[in-house]
Design a protein around this ligand. Sequence first.
Ligand SMILES: Cc1ncc(C[n+]2csc(CCOP(=O)(O)OP(=O)(O)O)c2C)c(N)n1
Ligand SMILES: [Mg+2]
Length: 588
Amino acid sequence: MAEIMSEALIGRLADWGVDTVFGLPGDGINGIMEGLRRQQDRVRFVLVHHEEAAAFMATGYAKATGKIGVCLATSGPGGIHLLNGLYDAKLDHVPVLAITGMQETSILGTGYQQEVNLDKLYADVAEYDQMIYNPAQLPTVVDNAVRTAYARRGVAHLTVPNDIQVADAGADPWQHVAPARTPQTAPVMLTAPGLPREQDLQRVAGLLADGKKIAILAGAGALHAREELLSVAETLAAPIVKTLSGKATVPDDSPYTTGGIGLLGTRPSEDLMEEIDTLLMVGTNFPYTKHLPEPGKVRVAQIEADPARAGGRIPTEVPVVGDAKQSLQALLPLLKPRGDTAFLEKYQRAMGKWRDNMAALQDGGRDPIAPQYLVSVLDELAADDAILTCDSGTIATWAARHWHIRAGRQFYLSGNLATMAPGMPYAIGIQHAMPGRQVIAFVGDGGFAMLMAEFITAIKHRLPVKIVINNNNALGQILWEQMVLGYPEHGVRYPEPFVDYAALATANGALGMKVERPGDVRTAVQQALSHNGPALVDVNVNPDEPPLPGKVEYDQAKKFAEAFVKGQPRKATIATTLFRDKIDQLKG
Ligand SMILES: Cc1ncc(C[n+]2csc(CCOP(=O)(O)OP(=O)(O)O)c2C)c(N)n1
Ligand SMILES: [Mg+2]
């Protein structure tokens, strides 16, 4: 049997170390499916239920492994479905390759069924975006696509017409008319050197030596630099603030961190940003600039792998281009240890208070169930190396504050696109890459419902992922956002009764549990975590629990009150929760 182009395509991906492709077939990619069938000993195909989920799985796989994630969709609608997941990869800077089908070359441009110019459609999302017109372009375009995705930390896209997919591999049907020859390339890639220039490190050290009140802001680019971050923090007696994507940089119980930043961060981090005179940013492109210090008020150094992003958020005196770990390693011997630990201790005391406040909210006696209690139980019972994935919504706040990074725990969500729904597909993608790890998706009812068919994917692939649904029967995050704008909520709650998502699990042979009473939370979570297979715990939580910012501003409180006056529904129950939790802040 002669080798077809698709077989060579998949073979080349295997040469690059690709072991998994997430996707869904269609008449636009039957040739590529045949390539996957012929290469099934080297590359596993994971059949999903929605292409958007395939792109999220590839993105989750890439986030957790550092290896390129690959997804596959048919021409037209399949390719369109991939896009949201691909933008997630683009915005969070992880390497993902999308392969799509295209109409056969003889009919391109004739308006045939499903003809969508996917290469044009992907022009914005993809760093490398190429139609394959001739099998002779292989393997070069595959090498270029993979190399570009790694080098630019983004999306590469190859779209392949049907007839080319099944053409003989290596066929070169047309006369060569230019003095050109397809470059012969190899599946090799070397990352850019990560060590910054000595003079830049000297400047950072000088800036830090002058600082009296220093903070370190660590992001996803520093996830592999835990030890170095802690050493720098200890040497400078400076607290570490973490972006949400950088939550796993250092453990939450470390005396050197004030936890998260931004709306779902901690009050000590907010106060810290207002008080410091010097900021060292490491591996972060934190977009919520309102939560950074006032421009001009602080001296800033930023260690960043991409020169285009160094200095892109706040006036920066010393941009340093380099890998976070290597840069901090090289910086450490240049730092002057600070003997005065008073500033650090002040924030350690503030964190002690914050931790007590958070613990008080995790009250298992509250009925309806407090989301904070649910996460605290999960936090307590999950493994020390568990991986938690999460969605956008109030769940991100609960996870940010009540899921604690300890030991080898990891945490992933859609940081910059902040899309709903990737939590469960991420978990599936990661569980495929790491079969022995405990992988848990903590998601909202809204995000889960968007791609809930993927729980069936987990069942079919016998993946022991654990799904915990914080079911508030609402698009909770938006409800509170509307109130903070000063408007009563509108169109954000689903009609009662609460959906029973556990039934989806039990009806299909998985472990599913519906929890409605606080007393049942612990047993259900325990059972799910110890179950040898996919498990889903659907927990009805208090829909009136506000995810308040760590520090409520006067203006926010005023707008909140205005929404009440203008006719906010359920204000009695909301007020009860507020009074219980944070009314003292609102009064301030
Ligand atoms: C695809 C997409 N649609 C809409 C939004 C806006 N949005 C952000 S959070 C949110 C609510 C999410 O609801 P749910 O998953 O139930 O979580 P909850 O906030 O209730 O905890 C919405 C609608 C978004 N981020 N992404
Ligand atoms: Mg919800």
